[in-house]
Design a protein around this ligand. Structure first.
Ligand code: GZL
Length: 312
């Protein structure tokens, strides 16, 4: 019995007591806040001592935090990388210190041996699903679209733009007439949408707004209302994340579609890390989380209720 117990315990060494650093981007959106709270509760469940660093959306703050984790000799580092470039030097330092790195929710342009795995959604697919929904919604009617992009240089902004263009390709009645970053925030989304409305004769020429996240869409909804137009009907609203407030907007008839992004990237990350630290198991390099389209036909009130209290 002793030997098998020894073997089985070796196979299931857990993460309890391990010190793990988490370099989080910031709290720019409801989704980001939910990811932070879900990560903290997953860590607590596992007995992980999570060292949390909020970078206020600045890459230099993330790099500083990562260097701090390396100096501290943490067991592993989680990073949600604000932009896709500029990570090779600091990730090489982590590799040389033998500290495994796991990327959460955004990707980077760097050699794949610099991180253990990357847990994220298929962001191109998210954009494509949004584009395909709009194609279905407008039929062969002309539809001029304005686009609120995410943070410049971030993998979701690059991928969701590409995916949406793929989704509307071949439908000449749809065109993106203006596209600008709202940096994934409500305030900026509202401000940029105000500019689009002014530039387009008070919004008369705009058929839809595609926002790379729900927070910018919620900001845009306010701007559309301030301009005396009806979001959800005069101007269709399609976005990504699936935060409670977009479901609330659907209940009010002010939003038309969202592609859900799970805030639980940490669960798969901790599982991969546990297996790796226990017996060197190499995880898939890319762990892709599910994306799901929701429209007002999908019980938005129920979806709102299900998400309240998850830390959004
Ligand atoms: C996408 C994630 C994005 C969310 C935004 O995976 O990085 O960052 O869609 C957040 O809400 O700002």
């Amino acid at each position: 019995a002793g030997v098998s117990a020894l073997l089985s315990s070796a196979a299931y060494a857990d993460l309890s007591g391990k010190v793990i650093g988490f370099s989080q981007i910031g709290s720019e959106s409801g989704w980001r806040a939910a990811e932070t709270s879900v990560t903290k509760s997953e860590a607590e469940k596992l007995g992980v001592d999570l060292k949390f660093a909020d970078a206020q959306q600045k890459q230099e703050n993330q790099i500083k935090a990562i260097r701090g984790f390396i100096a501290q000799g943490v067991a592993a580092i989680l990073i949600a990388p604000v932009v896709a470039t500029g990570w090779e030097e600091v990730l090489t330092e982590a590799k040389e210190a033998n500290i495994p790195v796991i990327l959460l929710d955004r990707g980077i342009d760097a050699p794949q041996d610099l991180y253990l795995t990357s847990v994220a959604s298929d962001q191109v697919k998210e954009g494509r699903v949004a584009g395909e929904w709009l194609v279905g919604a407008v039929g062969d009617k002309e539809c001029k679209v304005v686009e609120l992009q995410g943070t410049v240089g971030s993998s979701p902004a690059i991928n969701r733009k590409q995916g949406f263009e793929e989704g509307i390709k071949g439908h000449a009645n749809l065109s993106i007439i203006r596209s600008q970053t709202g940096d994934f925030t409500r305030a900026k989304g509202k401000e940029v949408m105000e500019g689009f409305l002014k530039a387009e004769d008070g919004g008369k020429g705009i058929c839809a707004v595609y926002a790379h996240n729900d927070d910018m869409a919620v900001g845009a909804i306010q701007a559309i209302k301030d301009a005396g137009l009806k979001p959800g009907s005069d101007i269709l609203v399609v976005s990504i994340d699936g935060v409670p407030d977009i479901f609330q907007a659907m209940v009010a008839g002010e939003a038309n579609a969202t592609v859900e992004l799970t805030p639980n990237m940490a669960g798969p990350a901790f599982a991969a890390l546990d297996a790796y630290l226990t017996d060197g198991t190499q995880p898939e390099k890319f762990i892709i989380t599910e994306s799901k389209l929701y429209t007002p036909k999908d019980d938005p009130q129920g979806e709102y209720d299900r998400r309240k209290g998850l830390g959004y």
